[in-house]
Design a protein around this ligand. Structure first.
Ligand code: PG9
Length: 636
């Protein structure tokens, strides 16, 4: 079947120097009836040709803006080829009447060149020097000059990597770029996706092979080049695998140039080498980060950053991208949408919107697509393009009350900082209690699972709303909770856990989880629309984060703990907007393992955990002192 399909697909492909031929076949009934599809190659300033697919409305009686998405996931339309990519046409944006363009980024699928995972921005480029900003500039320049019936205005959008490329499009932007919507956008690989505060997302291990050997047709992918863990118990698989260096065998580490992959076959091996040889926040990771360049977003580009409150992959990215543009360009039109979604959930057409077991409401995504995303692009690409878009600065969903709120700033001006203390008898109190040290054994042979329901997919996307009562019952998870709330408590903004800890070892991770404990007679529905089942006493995880203790003072210069010495470790958790309703409880959990979401910390200090030996891994006794506190922003 695939042989026939790839023959048919190849028959359609026309890669030629900026000329194009219409092909009838497009993947979606609506799109097929109303759009034509063209395949072109566009030549970049350094001569590299990028494969580009153009969907243009058949009705050529009027002009349309161009919506551009640049992607590493193949711009082959949905359903053609093995790629289950959803990069196929975004029907809602097409129903609005736009010219929609997809492009394989440099080094991916049908484009020439060598891929570079989160290619670093090159400031002050020489005339024929290229990076992703210049590739975007050259692409937009070609499109506005060569695509029939375009109105000279361009927008960019995308989710995850495509979201990152949408952010990139705003830097040194082409004058025709008027609107960009980075969504679940990767901003910095040391805090997004593969690492959280320096801890390696072991559950992401499969994803390291995401951009495997280059294939010359978008029907193949190296996602499956690693042994399928989907048939194994992921917790046991990684526990049995032992130290991270035992995973090297899945990659070819020989003759992989440490500077850059020499060809697309080396991408996986090179990226694993970057991960394992650069355990600290050094130039390799810093150079890939995009936040540092957000001072180069011209005011001619309107931005709408979109993030999911339960996005397990890119939570840091959209929040820091919105805040970075706001900080450097206060006069830009820059807005935030932050809703009850997992990774990219807002782009789906499912009516019942849930994350994992937790149901939030009907048509939340569909309304976003029609009333927010389309309104944003219509205003800036077809309308007046002034700042009166009719959309709010911050459109944020209260995941506790299950409803949207509009704010003029994010975080809201009326959110005030308030501290709670972690006291000895499991209490979370606003008044300091008797000073004590609470001890627990951190057993590296029985680490705390990150979920009761560990799926064995390449990365867990649904765990962020999982029920945490299983963890609350473990001796190596410390629990602190308020009394049953007598009135609603709304938290809005980021969270800072200021832990005071000690360990018998010289290294430790610290995980903090914020949990909404539901009453026994909870009225909420679960994803199967049952309320009395499963939701009684549901411990809804609202936010969670890990801090690899060695980075407590610096991500660049890690430090060991002095055994048994009381030490301050601050854990910053990303923004929330959640009302803990009357009758619920606010609970904090503190633990030191979170497996296999993140890799095991040896709990004895080694320079590079990716090279640690079995003998380095030791069970230790940790202590949390009750002058530890947690700071929230509360809306009074
Ligand atoms: N940021 C997501 C991702 C990155 C790396 C590996 C796998 C996924 C994404 O692009 O979906």
């Amino acid at each position: 079947f695939y042989a026939i399909l790839s023959f048919v697909f190849t028959g359609f492909l026309i890669s030629c120097e900026s000329t194009a031929k219409e092909t009838a076949r497009v993947p979606d009934t609506y799109v097929q009836d109303n759009y034509t599809k063209k395949e072109v190659t566009i030549t970049m300033r350094d001569g590299i040709k990028l494969h580009t697919v153009i969907y243009a409305p058949k009705d050529q009686s009027k002009t349309y803006p161009i919506l551009l998405q640049r992607t590493p996931y193949s711009c082959a339309p949905y359903g053609e080829g093995k790629m289950k990519t959803k990069i196929g046409p975004n029907t809602q944006l097409m129903k609005e009447g736009n010219i929609v363009v997809y492009q394989d980024v440099r080094g991916r699928w049908m484009s020439e060149g060598v891929y570079d995972n989160m290619r670093a921005y090159i400031p002050n480029k020489k005339p024929n020097q290229a990076d992703e900003t210049s590739d975007t500039y050259d692409t937009i320049d070609w499109l506005v000059k060569n695509v029939d019936n375009n109105n000279g205005r361009v927008g960019t959008w995308g989710i995850s990597y495509p979201g990152h490329y949408a952010t990139v499009s705003t830097i040194d932007a082409h004058p025709a770029l008027k609107a960009a919507s980075p969504q679940a956008s990767i901003a910095d690989f040391f805090f997004d996706d593969f690492h959280h505060n320096g801890a390696f997302l072991l559950s992401y291990f499969r994803a390291v092979s995401l951009f495997g050997a280059y294939k010359d047709s978008p029907t193949d992918t190296a996602w499956y080049s690693l042994p399928s863990m989907d048939t194994q118990d992921q917790y046991q698989f990684f526990l049995d695998a032992g130290p991270l260096k035992n995973l090297n065998k899945y990659f070819r580490n020989e003759n992989v140039d440490a500077k850059a992959p020499q060809n697309n076959d080396q991408i996986d091996d090179f990226f694993w080498k970057e991960i394992t040889e650069h355990p600290n926040y050094d130039e390799v990771w810093k150079s890939k980060g995009i936040i540092q360049h957000l001072d180069k977003v011209p005011s001619t580009v309107a931005t709408m950053v979109v993030g999911g409150e339960f996005d397990a992959e890119d939570l840091y990215g959209p929040l820091e991208t919105y805040k970075g543009i706001e900080k450097h360009n206060p006069n830009n039109y820059n807005t935030l949408v932050f809703g009850p979604w997992d990774h990219g959930g807002w782009s789906r057409s499912t009516v019942k919107n849930s994350v994992g077991n937790y149901y939030f409401g009907d048509s939340i995504s569909l309304k976003f697509q029609k009333e927010i995303e389309s309104k944003f692009f219509n205003h800036f690409l077809k309308g007046s393009g002034d700042k009166n878009s009719g959309l709010p600065e911050a459109y944020v969903y209260d995941s506790g009350r299950k409803g949207w709120k509009s704010y003029e700033t994010w975080p809201p001006k009326n959110a005030k900082k308030k501290s709670w203390y972690l006291s000895d008898d499991k209490e979370l109190t606003t008044t300091k209690k008797e000073y004590k040290g609470i001890k627990f054994i951190s057993d590296i042979k029985r680490p705390v699972p990150y979920s009761e329901d560990i799926k064995t997919v390449f990365t867990p996307r649904k765990y962020m709303t999982d029920d945490q009562r299983f963890a609350a019952r473990r001796p190596d998870v410390l629990v602190f909770e308020t009394d049953v709330l007598t009135e609603d408590l709304t938290l809005a903004g980021d969270i800072l856990a200021k832990l005071k800890v000690a360990t018998t070892g010289s290294a430790a991770d610290w995980i903090v989880k914020v949990i909404d404990v539901h009453p026994k007679d909870a009225k909420e529905n679960n994803k199967d629309m049952q309320n009395h089942l499963k939701m009684s006493n549901y411990h809804l995880m609202v936010r969670s984060e890990v801090m690899r203790g060695r980075f407590r003072n610096s991500f660049e210069k890690p430090e060991p703990f002095v055994p048994n010495q009381k030490t301050a470790v601050n854990v910053r958790l990303q923004d929330i907007f959640h009302t803990f309703k009357k009758g619920h409880k606010l609970q904090i959990q503190v633990q030191s393992t979170w497996f296999p979401l993140i890799d095991l910390n040896p709990q004895t200090y080694v320079d590079n955990i990716y090279k640690a030996d079995e003998k380095d891994f030791k069970t230790q006794t940790h202590t949390v002192f009750t002058d530890s506190s947690i700071e929230f922003f509360v809306i009074e």
